[in-house]
Design a protein around this ligand. Structure first.
Ligand SMILES: [Cu+2]
Length: 382
């Protein structure tokens, strides 16, 4: 008997205990920093408590019956069938509970999809394996790419605190502003998921899904792609920096200035050393995930660039390939994603790395590609 009491005590304390500690637990969903995340959290906790109460009630009756009417005490089972009263009760009660839960759930769902009166609109596009952010009214647009070093990914260096959760350019939004998010994808289904903002919105090619964020506390918030989208699904994190309105306005001006500078720089020649240095960094950021740091790729999906027919062939064909990509494969059209300087540097780097330059020189093709060459190819291709 003591043992049974002990078991009942354990069960009750674990059920109630888990509910009490749920709010601060790392196992629970975060409370977040936006009205939406708060609403979702509160709904989740309400459902959780309902489940706890039902759990305690059902198990109490079950355990009580097991103990009280056990065979050793000479209990005899009663035989009755089709008791209308009981049937009505066990249908009505769960039905009422479900209705009671469905009402707040529907209200929260309606809030999630109410993007009215938003002050800012950002289109978010998922690509294998990066995100593109377009500020439709500000004319700002950029790709946000994983910035974790490849050596950390390959276990050759210790992992940083934000391993796989850091990007080169975060999305920047002002605090206390309703920001409408238009989510779509360019290739396969992704999902833009930032738990602390209460958003997990599927990104489906050909469709635009709406959602919104409203961040009350300045800071950096992180998320990931929430839909299995291919071999590098884990390598397309989301980073959002929430800043004051003044800082945001400054950031927009900076982005315009940066775009102007890049455009001008895209017409200037660079020294081979400059090209190689920038090329290595940008290759590791943009290309190494598929083609690997060693240039050996992951055949057959990601072909090697070492001794590649294209990389060791004529420069114009090489540039055209990188600009337009290969439809139906993971090789994207990088012409829309990267500026002339970056493209020239990456192409020069791949034409020189891993002994490729020797093959190119034997066949007397040019090894160095300048931003101007990329610019010319862009126009030739149109
Ligand atoms: Cu994805």
């Amino acid at each position: 008997m003591l043992r049974i009491r002990h078991w009942i005590g354990c069960l009750l304390s674990s059920l109630l205990g888990s509910a009490v500690y749920a709010e601060d637990s790392k196992w629970n969903m975060p409370y977040g920093v936006s009205p939406l995340s708060h609403e979702i959290y509160n709904l989740h906790m309400a459902c959780f408590w309902v489940c706890c109460v039902i759990g305690v009630m059902v198990f109490s009756v079950l355990i009580y019956s097991l103990v009280k009417f056990r065979k050793s005490k000479g209990a005899k089972a009663s035989h009755f069938h089709e008791h209308l009263g009981i049937e009505i009760i066990w249908t009505t009660i769960p039905f009422l509970i479900l209705v009671a839960l469905a009402i707040p759930a529907t209200i929260v769902l309606m809030h999630i999809h109410n993007t009215d009166e938003s002050a800012l609109t950002v289109k978010v596009t998922g690509y294998q394996w990066k995100w593109k952010y377009e500020y439709l009214d500000q004319g700002v647009s950029f790709f946000s790419i994983l910035s974790t070093n490849q050596n950390q990914i390959n276990n050759l260096a210790p992992k940083d605190k934000w391993f796989l959760l850091e990007v080169d350019k975060p999305m920047v939004v002002p605090v206390n502003t309703k920001v409408k998010i238009l989510v779509t994808a360019d290739d396969v289904i992704h999902s833009w998921w930032v738990p602390s903002l209460g958003v997990k919105q599927d990104a489906v090619p050909g469709y635009i899904n709406e959602n919104w964020i409203y961040i009350t506390t300045p800071g950096t918030y992180r998320g990931q792609c929430g839909e299995l989208c291919g071999v590098n699904h884990a390598f397309m994190p989301i980073v959002i920096r929430a800043v004051s309105q003044a800082e945001f306005d400054k950031w927009v001006i900076e982005q315009h200035a940066l775009a102007g500078t890049l455009q001008q720089a895209g017409l200037k020649n660079m020294t081979p050393d400059e090209l190689m240095k920038l090329g290595k960094t940008e290759y590791e950021k943009n290309c190494a995930m598929c083609h690997q740091n060693t240039g050996e790729g992951l055949p057959p999906t990601f072909p090697p660039l070492k001794r590649s027919r294209i990389v060791t062939g004529p420069a114009t064909a090489n540039i055209g390939f990188v600009l337009s990509g290969v439809p139906g494969t993971a090789m994207q059209a990088f012409g829309d994603q990267l500026d002339n300087r970056t493209l020239a540097a990456i192409i020069t780097y791949t034409r020189n790395a891993w002994g490729n330059d020797r093959m190119i020189e034997n066949r007397q093709y040019t090894v160095v590609v300048q931003p101007q060459d990329v610019e010319k190819s862009r126009h030739a291709g149109r």
